[in-house]
Design a protein around this ligand. Structure first.
Ligand code: ADP
Length: 215
């Protein structure tokens, strides 16, 4: 089972740490602010007050025995970059870091971050997509030009099977799942019908998905 370190227990780090712990993963939570550490102490395996820019402190905590570190020091870019560098140098195989903007992200990649995330930017994009198209419930960017969306079945789809709708050949998109109330069909086939209120989970190129929204 993977072992996780979460550095910086602001809103983002706290929610990452809690979710991992709720899913029974071992989590070492680190923050330089003792109150933040206390807040989460009962919910994770270990919660420690430490400065994540202090190499010796991190080494003593045995960080190299962990598989993944999530760094979510927010405003202090200097500390965020330095702790990324140190955790990589100490041998943490996979380090995910929250970045403020693209330039910050570039620096993080240069010092060894394996993945850079932009939670505010990504959430903004998702919410905007959701507001623009009232039938799009959720939106996840999968690769620069590709996304997965959850879309409420449009009137033209209703009563037709996936074969009849020819979504693949018409729009070049793939229906990955169909949600009907509580039921989730994760292997939708040609003969599955789309009914009113169904939610389709669809993957495709953004341009193609845009066409589908207006189908
Ligand atoms: P968010 O935007 O996710 O709420 P914040 O910037 O509010 O993030 O929180 C970042 C957290 O990182 C704070 O709890 C802060 O105490 C912690 N932090 C800042 N610098 C360090 C450091 N050098 N070592 C460990 N934790 C730090």
């Amino acid at each position: 089972m993977k072992q996780f370190i979460v550095v910086g227990l602001g809103r983002f780090g706290l929610s990452v740490a809690k979710t991992l712990a709720e899913n029974d993963y071992n989590v070492l939570a680190i923050d330089s602010n003792g109150e933040r550490v206390q807040e989460i102490a009962n919910e994770v395996t270990h919660a420690v007050e430490a400065d994540a820019t202090d190499e010796e402190a991190l080494r003593t905590l045995g960080v190299r025995n962990f598989d993944v570190a999530v760094i979510s020091i927010g405003d202090n870019i200097h500390a965020n970059i330095l702790s990324t560098l140190i955790l990589k140098e100490l041998g943490v195989p996979y380090v995910v870091v929250k970045a403020q903007d693209a330039l910050h992200g570039k620096v993080l990649s240069k010092v060894g971050a394996d993945r850079v995330v932009y939670p505010e930017r990504d959430m903004g994009v998702r919410i905007a997509h959701n507001l623009i198209s009232s039938n799009v419930l959720d939106y996840i960017e999968f690769a620069p030009d590709y996304s997965v969306i959850e879309i409420i079945a449009t009137p033209n789809m209703l009563g037709n099977t996936l074969a009849e709708l020819k979504l693949r050949s018409q729009f070049n998109i793939n229906v990955m799942a169909i949600k009907r109330g509580e039921e989730l069909n994760i292997t939708p086939g040609a003969n599955d019908k789309v009914l009113e209120g169904d939610v389709l989970v669809v993957m495709g190129k953004n341009d193609d998905l845009d066409k589908l929204k207006h189908y």
